[in-house]
Write a protein that binds this ligand. Structure first.
Ligand SMILES: [Zn+2]
Length: 250
């Protein structure tokens, strides 16, 4: 059977359309639940790591032989003691303090890096005093303070008072409204304790980078919720490769 020239053209067009529609399409921007660049979601700086009771840190985290984890001294005003943070969080916190000062806010660092052993002692003392775990202290390995990416930031008035009312003071409100610009989030929001497992802490800032911070704060998310979206986004980006691996299984 012979096709006319016109019919052949149509058949070719149909064949090409079939070929194109069967091709794997990598459209992260269309299918991803997060409008954030894949290079950021891959987290080469280890700033998006989820740490909580179900995702514990090792005793020796962060590895002090690797530059990006090397803790630096904090030179900002503090309530007491000496403080350390990872360089990326330290630099960002300095910028945050500068911006706050320019708007008349006087802020202090109340807590920062805490090693595993310290957290172990804090948790033990709290549970011993209360007779049960009342959710005020994190068990060793579950505290973001061990990451060197978290800082408790307070005003002079609340220097020793870690009370939720701080969130309604000018400093607390300023932190909530501006922290994302510097890559920080309010890690334990007021209405999300059922998700975070931690009470409302308007002073606890966690560095995640400006892109993730903007998305989390704008959409009123926790890091737990963001981490789920990130897993889906990465899965969809690598979906084709994952599917091929599945097919090769016996
Ligand atoms: Zn804290």
């Amino acid at each position: 059977m012979k096709f006319s020239c016109k019919t052949q053209t149509v058949l070719w067009m149909v064949a090409v359309i079939f070929m194109i529609s069967g091709m794997p399409v990598r459209t992260l921007s269309q299918s991803s639940p997060l409008p954030i660049d894949i290079a950021i979601l891959e987290d080469p700086l280890d700033v998006l790591r989820l740490v909580n009771r179900d995702n514990l840190l090792d005793k020796d985290y962060p590895d002090q032989t690797i530059d990006m984890y090397k803790l630096e001294n904090v030179t900002l005003p503090v309530t007491k003691g000496s403080h350390q943070l990872r360089p990326v969080a330290n630099a960002a916190l300095e910028e945050l303090f500068k911006a706050a000062a320019a708007e008349g806010m006087e802020l202090y660092v109340g807590s920062s890096y805490r090693r595993y052993r310290n957290q172990e002692v804090i948790y033990y003392n709290r549970v011993k005093r209360m007779g049960y775990d009342d959710g005020y202290s994190q068990m060793a390995g579950a505290s973001e303070h061990q990451m060197g990416l978290a800082a408790d930031v307070v005003s002079a008035e609340y220097a020793d008072l870690f009370q939720t009312e701080f969130g309604e003071t000018p400093e607390g409100i300023w932190l909530r409204e501006n922290c994302a610009r510097f890559g920080f989030i309010i890690r334990y929001p007021e209405d999300k304790t059922d998700i975070t497992g931690v009470r409302y802490e308007p002073w606890h800032l966690r560095y995640v980078g400006p892109e993730a911070a903007a998305y989390i704060m704008e959409n009123d998310l926790t890091l737990e919720e963001f981490s789920a979206l990130r897993i889906i986004a990465l899965g969809e980006y690598y979906g084709d490769a994952l599917a091929l691996e599945d097919e090769s299984e016996p």
